[in-house]
Write a protein that binds this ligand. Structure first.
Ligand SMILES: C[S@@+](CC[C@H](N)C(=O)[O-])C[C@H]1O[C@@H](n2cnc3c(N)ncnc32)[C@H](O)[C@@H]1O
Length: 232
């Protein structure tokens, strides 16, 4: 009995120790109020902390069965797998990689998942048919694009996406990156400026709570022009 009480006491202490970090959220629709000085400091971690927030990211993507996605720089296909589960067999996730070995690994990994199409993509564009995708997803890939080629890349992506298609970028927030990590990060401000130059409009840009990464979601500028009603 005493052991049970000791375990319960330890659990309570642990719970209260992590509680401020656990409740400190700034995800979409939730309070941005800083309730604890440590709430953002908890975000200083290496690895793939943004993957732990996949539920939040997927909610932001709001994909539907039948959607066509291009995951650019799919890597090991981690996000591809998550998105494929949502778009289902009636949808498609084109998993683009510039490294043949990663494409080969994804082909094996997704051999039984018909909606996933791993492919070797060019470095200067998605290399897919015009007007074919509902969403372009670049997680930690944008900073890899060729120097001074970002605006052209984003312009090219517009042709691959349907008029209602969205662009989603996840990157390490550069102002929060230290040392070598700064070279593997991007500024949300610069991204927005480059995207605007290419004809994209920012819908939302948010820090992924508990990480030093942000997610930015864009739509095409033409959606904002009001077309006069057709004359009869
Ligand atoms: C840091 S990894 C990100 C992997 C995965 N998207 C994630 O978020 O966990 C970046 C990937 O982008 C790929 N990559 C680099 N430049 C690319 C380009 N121009 N087009 C497509 N993929 C690219 C790299 O080969 C690498 O696998």
């Amino acid at each position: 009995m005493r052991d049970v009480r000791r375990v319960l006491l330890t659990l309570t202490v642990v719970l209260f120790a992590v509680y401020p970090a656990a409740v400190a959220r700034a995800d979409s629709g939730e309070s941005t109020r800083v309730t604890d000085e440590k709430q953002h400091a908890a975000a200083a971690r290496g690895g793939y902390p943004y993957r732990e927030k996949s539920e939040y990211v997927l909610k932001e993507l709001d994909l539907k069965p039948g959607d066509v996605v291009v995951d650019i720089g799919a890597g090991d296909g981690w996000w591809t797998e998550k998105m494929a589960a949502v778009v289902g067999e009636t949808g498609v996730v084109h998993a683009g990689e510039v490294k043949q070995d990663l494409v080969d690994k994804m082909k094996k990994k997704f051999a039984e998942t018909s909606q996933v199409k791993p492919y070797l993509c060019p470095t200067d564009g998605a290399g897919l048919e015009e007007n074919s995708c509902d969403l372009a997803f670049l997680s930690k890939t944008y900073h890899h694009l060729s120097k001074d080629g970002h605006v052209d890349y984003l312009r090219q992506l517009r042709t691959v996406l349907k008029p209602t298609g969205r662009l989603v970028v996840i990157e390490h927030y550069q102002a929060l990156a230290a040392g070598g990590a700064r070279n593997h990060a991007w500024s949300p401000g610069l991204l927005t400026q480059q995207a605007e130059e290419a004809g994209w409009i920012l819908l939302r840009s948010e820090l992924i709570t508990g990480t030093r990464h942000f997610v930015a979601i864009f739509v095409q500028k033409e959606l904002f022009s009001i077309k006069p009603p057709e004359k009869k």
